[in-house]
Design a protein. Structure first.
Length: 94
């Protein structure tokens, strides 16, 4: 999978920040708690980001009623979805 990453260095750096959050807080919190902590890490490390970005979805020329909400968009390049789960399944990776 790592061969297919468009922004490999940036992705690994952000994953490292996520691991820092996990190592500090441990498991058992909601996604919103981890998001708040990650927002602090991104700020401390000077990583440009947007939180809770809303995307309209177009289907066959029509805008759908429901939107896609990205937890974070890192440097206008990487969409980051947080998951507070026991184990990552293949369906979580996009």
């Amino acid at each position: 999978m790592s061969d297919k990453l468009l922004y490999k260095d940036e992705s690994y750096f952000v994953i490292g920040l996520c691991m820092d959050v996990h190592n500090e807080l441990g498991k058992g919190f909601s996604e919103s708690v981890y998001a708040d902590a990650l927002e602090i890490e991104l700020g401390i490390n000077g990583v440009p980001y947007q939180k809770e970005v809303n995307y309209r979805i177009n289907y066959k020329g029509k805008v759908l009623k429901h939107h896609y909400y990205a937890d974070f968009v890192i440097d206008n390049k990487i969409i980051l979805e947080l998951k507070a789960i026991e184990k990552i399944a293949s369906g979580h990776v996009k």
